[in-house]
Design a binder for this molecule. Structure first.
Ligand code: GDP
Ligand code: MG
Length: 384
């Protein structure tokens, strides 16, 4: 079975374990994350009790802004939990123009049978206090928690919702051992998506040993409320699907554009915006915007982009690039202007090139294509 991969570079793969405690979710995830640089978000690292899922799903969104493959490390042992994840990630995909591929990791393909119970119990007892929440407990207390999960477990049932959302389910039977399970994930992804993931035995062994040695982040006392970052810039964001369509239709056969889709050494942006003012360089305008939108800014809780509820037109006029970076030149006929001499939307760059290099490139580009001006509706946002 060869699944369809789009050519726009918007594919996102999410690995969703379905498991109980001690199945090796974290060990498998750590190994894969270390081998391939994938994102790994651990529910057990979310220490807040209230808004726990919100925090978890914010961290997942954050991970997707940095990685194409993300492992969502929690048990997801009930339909309800899977449903909750699919819903949250569908929304995230819509907002960012991602094409999601939901991949189940079935740690209990035979259900929570006796053998699986013995393997997981003995692992969890050996793990001892090296866990965020299951610690300082005697054996009966640990067993009681584990039995709770075992009792509530609902096996993956792809014939119906919500599990019909899984595009692929990989057998990672916990009784088989986590190293073999890492290999099983890699070969299933290679088969299904042509991912070309390599595993050298010595690298796998090193990554797996490090995962077994891993020390959990133990929360100390009651944690202070998470410190929020300060605002770093204001921008107008455009819809990434519309922007991708515009680029694709104007850049057919363009070599830099083609490299952006296929080369591992290049990174195509997943999110498109025109920077208006940056804290570091356009201090006066930055402060003015901060003052103007003070109320909305102080009311917002999340990190990342915050929508300020103002629509602004963005007219895309040409596309410029050199050997390192590509950006679209725009004009802003609306209320807000950019303090950049050449307002632009960064499109993509060679890996390691800082996005701000687009400013210098726009001043002195090697190549430029004029396009029929396209008007997009953007939204004013602040970023922290
Ligand atoms: P999780 O609760 O599903 O995240 O399970 P963990 O990944 O934390 O694994 C539970 C414990 O078993 C940890 O102490 C791991 O180091 C250990 N462990 C995981 N996989 C294996 C394995 O294949 N062999 C052995 N011997 N220990 C493992
Ligand atoms: Mg774990």
């Amino acid at each position: 079975l060869q699944l369809q991969i789009n050519e726009k570079g918007t594919d996102k793969y999410v690995l969703i374990p379905v498991a109980t405690i001690g199945c090796g979710k974290t060990t498998v995830a750590l190994t894969l994350a270390s081998l391939y640089g994938w994102g790994h978000v651990q529910n057990d690292d979310v220490s807040s009790k209230s808004g726990k899922f919100r925090t978890f799903s914010n961290r997942i969104s954050q991970a997707f802004s940095e990685h194409d493959v993300v492992i969502v490390d929690r048990n997801n042992h009930q339909f309800r939990e899977r449903q909750q994840l699919f819903e949250a990630m569908d929304l995230m995909a819509d907002a960012n123009g991602y094409d999601m591929h939901y991949i189940g990791l079935d740690f209990l393909p035979n259900g929570p049978a006796q053998k699986e119970w013995e393997v997981t119990l003995s692992r969890v007892m050996n793990r001892g206090d090296n866990h965020q929440t299951i610690r300082n407990m005697d054996r009966p207390a640990v067993e009681a928690i584990m039995k709770g999960f075992r009792g509530r477990y609902q096996p993956i049932t792809v014939a119906k919702e919500p599990d019909s959302n899984f595009e692929l389910v990989i057998d990672v039977n916990c009784a088989r051992g986590s190293k073999d399970n890492v290999t099983a994930v890699v070969s299933a992804l290679n088969d299904a998506y042509d991912m070309d993931l390599e595993t050298k035995p010595e690298e796998l062994n090193a990554a797996f040993s490090a995962a077994l040695e891993h020390k959990a982040k133990i929360p100390v006392g009651t944690q202070p409320a998470q410190k929020r970052a300060t605002w770093s810039f204001f921008c107008i964001r455009v819809d990434s699907k519309e922007m991708m369509q515009l680029l694709a239709s104007n850049l057919q056969g363009n070599p830099f554009w083609q490299e952006l889709q296929v080369s591992k050494g290049m990174s195509l942006k997943q999110e498109f915006h025109v920077t208006l003012a940056h804290k570091a360089s356009e201090k006066t305008q930055f402060k003015a915007l901060k003052t103007k939108y003070h109320k909305l800014l102080t009311g917002s809780k999340e990190n990342g982009f915050v929508d300020l509820n103002v629509e602004e037109p963005v007219i895309v006029e040409s596309i410029c690039w050199n050997t390192r970076i590509m950006a679209a030149a725009v004009s802003l006929p609306g209320e807000h202007c950019s303090s950049n001499f050449h307002p632009h939307i960064t499109v993509g760059m060679a890996k390691g090139v800082p996005p701000k290099e687009a400013n210098a490139m726009m001043n002195n580009y090697d190549n430029r294509v004029e396009i029929k001006p396209v008007r997009l509706t953007g939204r004013l946002c602040a970023f922290r």
